[in-house]
Write a protein that binds this ligand. Structure first.
Ligand code: ADP
Ligand code: MG
Length: 689
């Protein structure tokens, strides 16, 4: 066994309690400790002689303890440890609060190094609560007199203990970490070696050295992610999948029968997908298109060809309402071709060839028997009870990463053992510069055109004096039978954030502003069933105004909704606001989006004004990336995307370089066992296996 793999508990004196805390932090082995990077540093590198110590500065002094003793504070509540430290230049007073044990640990005559802030009072200069460390001739300092690492911590373990453990891990196992990048890499890239980098990311001699280490280790994160993507792709190439036939004439007829012409990008995407389906290895493709760009028909073209080929396609939507909407649209499109569709959610079962709702048993039997070729539903589709006849294609709408395991589970439902082709669809615009980092394992089809004839959504940033005017506007729209959304950034009122909350606004609007209308509320704390009911009520027109949190972000189609009002608009990224806006303007009515920034946040108006001018989700996403980094883009959706510890998704150059090296080295992986071993570790740590 490599020393790196030995349990962390065996490198030093680590008690059971600490071991448990370390495991919570993800540190089980020495290797885990090596890759557990500090989140910041305390700069204790200014080592001065005592005579030079100034007031109110952070310094390190080294000397001998002259006096040390405990006393009670005046109010007797605290133990105060007082000491006097002397070097050749002079002496300084030191005090610690509530660390009475120090008078036992540090003894008169001990040589120590102390780091901390000095008091403001120059006349009674004191070093207050400094970090301390006994000096020894043969070891380097760890807690004082240097850039001292501060780690993401946890209750039950101190920073000092963490530093000691990590240092011990470095001492016992770093020597056997061998450079995994080949020489040809270092011939081109001026990056630090791995051993030096790991040492310097924890215990750098200087900020410069830390930067060097960070650059190298950040590169590694990008590089191994790309390498992992390539390896996933290549292993998929070896799995069997159902080979679909492309029914060109019928596809043409299908497209001609649509009440509109496909956009150019829809045609290209449909073509790319159909071509993938003709191959005998699983497709793994992401269809990325703005809200309303028409992803559903593109997916329908794929489903059509799968069904005509005699296999089955499944479409998974995030909610029951959406599944129902998609079911209605797709089954209508398939009717002329005699293709049966089914709807399967937790509570709803329908089969398009039968008018009345069927029983669950009946629906599942028909699916298993292969009578039904297109199955539309929610996550309920991957439950054990659903068995397919020959599942060739899975379409996942708005769920981003459909896990490898879920996919395996689907394959196991397939009597043939074939891996289904996978088409993921998302309306979250992913800037091209990011798609490599996030979806480097997928092929990408992009719908970057909005169908012709769509009315532009009129967007306004509304000054607060126009609040009543806006309310009146909404009342008018609703009296004409339209519907409106009101979005608030938080669910419950909060004193800290001076923003409007969903529950409060709901009460206010329901009881006063819109008392003559039917107002509903929707937020993430509600039960799934409740949410479905409210959404259903809104979709059916039983609710005029829906007050909600960002839960409606995910594509619900309410063609009758014409107004989107967003409170605390500055709290959202542009791309996200654009997504909200996309919930209206889906029917024939002119639609409006009103942005209300929080009063105190008026200076955000310039940023928000991009929304007034621009209606291209991709462009807005790029702006977000420039303005506020990638956090906004990913939002809560980060799950499943391996988080980088050091690398930045915005580092486009680094990403490209990482991809290039990955492409260059992947085919030669057999020649580089160390690289291969590191890839396996990386995949395990990132849960990518
Ligand atoms: P999304 O990409 O957000 O899922 P949808 O597939 O729901 O978009 O399409 C939104 C609306 O646009 C639907 O009513 C659909 O019928 C319509 N649509 C799709 N493609 C076109 C097109 N090329 N021209 C006109 N309307 C279209
Ligand atoms: Mg959609």
């Amino acid at each position: 066994m490599r020393t790196q793999d030995i349990p962390i508990a065996s490198v030093g004196r680590i008690g059971k309690i600490h071991e448990r805390v370390l495991i919570k932090l993800g540190i089980r082995t020495c290797r885990d400790a090596l890759f557990y990077y500090p989140q910041r540093f305390d700069d204790f590198s200014a080592i001065v002689s005592i005579a030079q110590v100034a007031a109110n500065t952070i310094i390190t002094v080294r000397g001998t303890i002259q006096i040390i003793r405990n006393r009670r504070s005046r109010n007797r509540r605290m133990i105060v440890t007082e000491a006097l430290l002397a070097d050749e230049s002079g002496s300084i007073k030191v005090i610690w609060f509530n660390q009475g044990f120090l008078s036992k640990v540090l003894k008169i005559g001990d040589r120590v190094s102390l780091s901390g802030r000095t008091s403001e009072n120059i006349l009674d200069l004191t070093l207050v609560n400094p970090a301390y460390e006994k000096e020894s001739i043969d070891t380097e300092s760890t807690h004082t007199g240097r850039l001292v690492p501060v780690y993401p911590g946890a209750a039950g373990i101190t920073q000092k203990q963490l530093r000691i453990i990590i240092r011990a891990a470095i001492q016992s196992s770093l020597h056997e970490l061998s450079e995994w990048m080949p020489q040809e890499f270092f011939n081109v890239e001026r990056l630090m070696g791995i051993k030096e980098s790991i040492n310097a990311i924890h215990f750098p001699d200087s900020a410069e050295q830390w930067k060097g280490a960070r650059n190298r280790l950040a590169f590694d994160e990008l590089f191994f992610l790309q390498l992992a993507f390539l390896s996933t792709r290549s292993s998929q190439q070896h799995q069997p999948a159902f080979t679909c036939t492309f029914y060109e004439d019928k596809t043409r007829r299908f497209i001609e029968d649509l009440p509109f012409d496909l956009t150019k990008s829809q045609k290209i995407a449909a073509w790319e997908i159909v071509k993938d389906l003709e191959r005998s290895h699983p497709m793994n493709r992401l269809l990325n298109g703005d809200v309303g760009s028409g992803k559903t028909v593109v997916s329908a073209v794929a489903l059509l060809n799968v069904a005509l080929s005699g296999a089955q396609g499944a479409y998974m939507a995030p909610t029951e309402i959406l599944a129902t909407q998609v079911y209605e649209r797709i089954s209508a499109l398939m009717r002329p071709f005699g293709i049966s569709c089914a709807l399967v959610t937790a509570h709803k079962y329908q089969v398009s060839s039968i008018k009345y709702p069927v029983s669950r048993k009946e629906a599942l039997e028909k699916i298993h028997g292969g009578e039904i070729h297109i199955i539309i539903g929610t996550h309920a589709l991957i439950q054990k009870s659903v068995r397919f006849n020959r599942l060739a294609l899975v379409i996942v709408d708005e769920q981003h990463r459909f896990g490898v395991n879920q996919r395996k589970a689907l394959r196991e439902k397939n009597p043939s053992g074939e891996m289904p082709h996978l088409l993921s669809m998302t309306a979250t615009p992913i800037p091209r510069s990011l798609s490599l980092a996030l979806y480097g394992d997928l092929d990408l089809s992009i719908l970057d055109e909005i169908p012709k004839g769509r009315k532009k959504i009129i967007t306004k940033i509304v000054p607060s004096q126009y609040r009543e005017w806006t309310a009146e506007f909404i009342r008018k729209e609703c009296s004409h039978g339209r519907q409106a959304f009101v979005i608030c950034p938080v669910i419950d009122p909060s004193d800290v954030l001076a923003v409007r909350s969903t529950t409060q606004e709901y009460e206010r609007l329901r009881s006063t502003v819109f008392q003559n209308f039917r107002v509903g509320m929707l937020h993430g704390k509600m039960k799934a069933r409740e949410k479905e009911d409210i959404m259903g009520g809104f979709a059916a027109g039983a609710i005029d105004i829906l007050v909600c949190t960002s839960v409606i972000e995910v594509g619900i189609d309410i063609p009758n909704a014409s107004v989107m009002l967003i409170e605390g608009a500055e709290r959202f990224g542009l791309a996200q606001l654009h997504q909200f806006r996309g919930r209206v303007g889906r029917g024939e009515h002119q639609s409006y989006c009103f942005l209300f920034p929080t009063e105190s946040a008026r200076d955000v108006v310039p940023r928000l004004s991009a929304l007034v001018k621009c209606s291209d989700g991709f462009e807005l996403a790029e702006m977000d990336l420039k303005n506020r980094g990638h956090g906004d883009l990913l939002g809560e959706r980060q799950s499943g995307i391996p988080l980088f510890k050091l690398a930045s998704l915005a580092d486009v150059t680094g990403l490209k370089k990482a991809r290039e090296w990955a492409e260059k080295l992947f085919p030669q992986l057999g020649d580089y066992p160390l690289l291969r071993a590191r890839l396996a570790d990386f995949e395990r740590d990132a849960h990518l296996e």
